[in-house]
Design a binder for this molecule. Structure first.
Ligand code: C2E
Ligand code: CA
Ligand code: CA
Length: 509
């Protein structure tokens, strides 16, 4: 091949290569430009997206905060007692669970105090619900002021109203048991002060039951149960009291509950029956009257005296039922003796509360009418406690009873207050000299002086005196000589179930 041809060829190939190269360079430049363009767009898009995300995040945060606040407000409202503004039962339950869920060291000093107002129902019933509400608000405030403020459950004490007139305190860091006792006593002192409402002073009393978490195996139900038991014990032992839970309390309370059930059953099953003790007239040599005395006939045959059940019957609110059941038996049993003239009167004991609630006036006239029992042959025995309360009201009731024909005896005279002016102020027909005086007249000069003084006064006021608890012949003689011919006591006859038998036996002698 000639050299020229070869050169031309080579040049041509070189040119083509250059052309291709040039084309490729341009294409690359174009591609690079495009790439740059794209990445700028991408960058901008990224920037916009970032801003959008930021904005969204802020909005989500704001909404979350809003929701949190709303939820907190709802929880606060759901856990606040509307009347008093303190925590309610829901808050109390949650906080108690939280507190007891704490580490052992933290829950060691935890104690629960249950507080219940005494006789709150009476305030509501007699002074109205507004007065009752005012009392509850005041109690909540006194409690809150007396305790360390609650700081969301960290160190302070939580004060809550569990409902009605029941309040609770969860106390922390209590230290030794004496501290707890002292705290409860302090609360009692703060709470048991009158509350003034609309210018009226309302008495305020409460009972407190205390239990510490340490003695309650740290479980909320047990702790609550123990505090409740202690509160119950406070109520039963006389109100305005503090009781701290101890393990033997459960035994006592269970025992009492069993007793209450048995007594309730006894009254409702009509196992409380009337027994009778005669009143003997030494000057006439015969029984003139008989006092009805309650006895509990147990199905096993045992017979128990009033001391074993009377207070419980009264506490259970069953005294009316008991008395009415007894009278339904006693009146027909006494009627033939009254009609025949063998017996002048049947005496019936009426408790102070029962009397003051108007039971005698309400119940006795219709019962007498139904039994065709002459009212003149019924004597109502009342103790001084019954008569000392509201004198005006008492006097009115006594007059009303006497207007119906019934007679009144003042029981257990000569002990307690023995208010002599009572005899002048209140209408009464009999005066029963207390057993302790009969017992002492034999040996004790002052008992003799008091007895003689009472006898003189009674005779001047035309009140018949009956000496109670006469057990010996010496006592009987002394009393007879001092002018007290009507006597009652083991010397003359013990109480017994069979009234007709008692009088028949006396007639035969
Ligand atoms: P009270 O009314 O003073 O009744 C007299 C009490 O003295 C009776 O006790 C009687 O058994 C007891 N007694 C009578 N003679 C003697 C005696 O010579 N020596 C001694 N040591 N005691 C004598 P009881 O039956 O145990 O009644 C106790 C109290 O229970 C009564 O005292 C009365 O306050 C109350 N009570 C009894 N029955 C009733 C009732 O049906 N209704 C009410 N509300 N109370 C009643
Ligand atoms: Ca009596
Ligand atoms: Ca008596």
């Amino acid at each position: 091949m000639p050299a020229d041809t070869t050169r031309t060829d080579l040049t041509e190939r070189l040119r083509r290569i250059e052309v291709r190269l040039d084309r490729e360079r341009r294409a690359r430049a174009e591609a690079e430009y495009l790439l740059e363009e794209k990445s700028r767009a991408l960058y901008e898009a990224n920037l916009a997206l970032g801003a959008l995300a930021n904005d969204l995040e802020q909005r989500v945060e704001a909404r979350t905060e809003e929701l949190r606040t709303a939820r907190q407000a709802a929880v606060a409202q759901a856990e606040t007692d509307a009347l008093t503004g303190i925590a309610n039962r829901a808050a109390f339950t949650r906080r108690l669970d939280e507190t007891l869920g704490n580490t052992h060291a933290l829950r060691a000093g935890v104690a629960l105090l249950l507080i219940d107002l005494d006789d709150f129902k009476t305030v509501n019933d007699t002074l109205g619900h507004q007065a009752g509400d005012a009392l509850l608000v005041e109690v909540a405030q006194r409690l809150s002021e007396a305790l360390r403020p609650d700081d969301a459950g960290r160190t302070g004490d939580l004060v809550a109203r569990l409902g009605g007139d029941e309040f609770a305190v969860i106390a922390k860091n209590m230290g030794p048991p004496q501290h707890l006792q002292r705290l409860a006593q302090r609360l009692l002192n703060v709470l048991c002060r009158p509350v003034v409402f609309n210018g009226v002073s309302i008495p305020c009393y409460c009972s407190i039951g205390v239990a510490s978490a340490e003695l309650s195996e740290n479980d909320a139900d047990t702790l609550l149960g123990n505090a409740d038991l202690a509160l119950y014990a406070s109520k039963r032992t006389g109100r305005a009291r503090v009781t701290c839970y101890e393990s033997n309390l459960r035994v006592e309370v269970e025992h009492r509950a069993r007793h209450e059930n048995a007594v309730r059953e006894a009254v409702l099953a009509d196992q409380i029956k009337p027994w009778f003790q005669p009143i003997y007239r030494c000057d006439l040599g015969r029984y003139t009257g008989a006092e009805m005395l309650a006895r509990w006939h147990l199905p096993c045959g045992e017979v128990r005296p009033p001391l074993a059940f009377l207070d419980t019957v009264e506490a259970l609110g069953l005294l009316d039922v008991m008395m009415e059941n007894m009278l339904r038996r006693a009146l027909p049993e006494a009627l033939p003796l009254v009609v025949s003239g063998a017996m002048d009167y049947l005496a019936v004991n009426v408790s102070p509360t029962q009397f003051n609630e108007g039971w005698a006036l309400r119940t006795l006239p219709p019962m007498l009418a139904q039994a065709v029992f002459p009212a003149q042959a019924l004597v109502i025995e009342l103790t001084e406690t019954a008569l000392l309360q509201d004198t005006e009201h008492t006097r009115a009731m006594l007059h009303a009873l006497r207007a119906q024909g019934m007679r009144i005896a003042i029981d257990d005279f000569g002990v307690g207050y023995s208010n002599f002016s009572l005899l002048r102020q209140l209408p009464c027909d009999f005066l029963k000299l207390d057993r302790t005086l009969s017992l002492d007249v034999e040996h004790d000069e002052s008992a003799r002086a008091l007895t003689e003084c009472i006898l003189t006064l009674a005779s001047r006021l035309k009140i018949q005196v009956v000496a109670e608890g006469v057990e010996t012949l010496q006592q009987s003689r002394y009393l007879l000589e001092a002018g007290c011919a009507a006597q009652q006591g083991y010397l003359h006859a013990r109480p017994q179930r069979d009234l007709a038998g008692l009088f028949a036996h006396a007639a035969a002698h």
